[in-house]
Design a protein around this ligand. Structure first.
Ligand code: ZN
Length: 247
């Protein structure tokens, strides 16, 4: 096994950890079949980054709804993979105390993680911008209703998924939870993220300043590899399978 020595180092940190926090990014969902938005086959190459621009959404919600029907809500049919299940399992073992995710695909919760901070929101629920009514796409009646009415609420208002668009603030409660977890950690793992999107990329820095050991697990190099105590470049599924053997 390549990287075995590094994995064993991380395993020993985890076994001694009282508070591990994991930050996950797009790379964790790729093996489930959700391409990184920024990649060659990702959402942005087809729809442009502006598909998540809040001003354009208000100007022309129907373009966004077309995208939602073709791509976004299909995310909710996707299944978690070994990485999501590993993190849920490590939470059960009382090692992982929180998963912070930049992903909006709901997969950590679907895999059974309870303590999840979704700092960019979750595409599962949609809210009416006029009356505030909330729709849950795991409820088939809600889902059919929204799709039939081209995502207009029963009051006629436009609805928007509870995710963070460009030009919007992060959900304060989710982000402050994430920040607190980062500061409390003795081990902090950033996984499947290139650590270029702020403020998420700030979290490993808070953790390390607060005394955590910082480990980065990613297929490619990241912006913080030199800053980390351990950087493991590996296929994430291989990583998850190998780590699972020790718990
Ligand atoms: Zn409404």
């Amino acid at each position: 096994m390549e990287n075995l020595e590094e994995i064993l180092t991380l395993v020993s940190w985890l076994k001694n950890s009282k508070f591990t926090t994991v930050l996950t990014g797009a790379g964790v969902s790729v093996p489930s079949g959700i391409p990184d938005f920024r990649s060659k086959n990702g959402v942005y190459s087809k729809w442009g980054q502006e598909i998540f621009d809040i001003d354009l959404f208000h100007q022309n919600p129907d373009r966004f709804y077309e995208f939602a029907k073709q791509e976004l809500i299909k995310m909710l049919d996707v299944e978690p993979n070994e990485i999501h299940y590993l993190l849920a399992y490590l939470e059960k073992l009382n090692i992982v105390k929180g998963v912070i995710t930049q992903n909006i695909d709901n997969l950590h919760k679907k895999a059974g993680s309870q303590k999840v901070a979704e700092i960019h929101g979750n595409v599962r629920t949609w809210s009416c911008l006029k009356c505030g009514k909330r729709y849950d796409l795991f409820n088939s009646q809600h889902k059919e209703f929204l799709i039939d009415r081209n995502f207009r609420c029963e009051c006629g208002g436009v609805t928007k998924p509870d995710i963070v668009f460009f030009g919007e603030m992060l959900p304060l409660n989710e982000y402050s939870k994430a920040e607190n977890w980062a500061k409390e950690s003795d081990v902090f793992i950033a996984m499947g993220t290139s650590l270029v999107v702020y403020p998420a990329a700030q979290l490993p820095i808070y953790a390390k300043h607060s005394g955590a050991k910082l480990c980065i697990v990613n297929k490619n190099e990241t912006a913080l590899d030199d800053y980390a105590d351990l950087a493991i470049h590996i296929d994430l599924i291989d990583f998850a399978k190998e780590v699972k053997r020790y718990f």
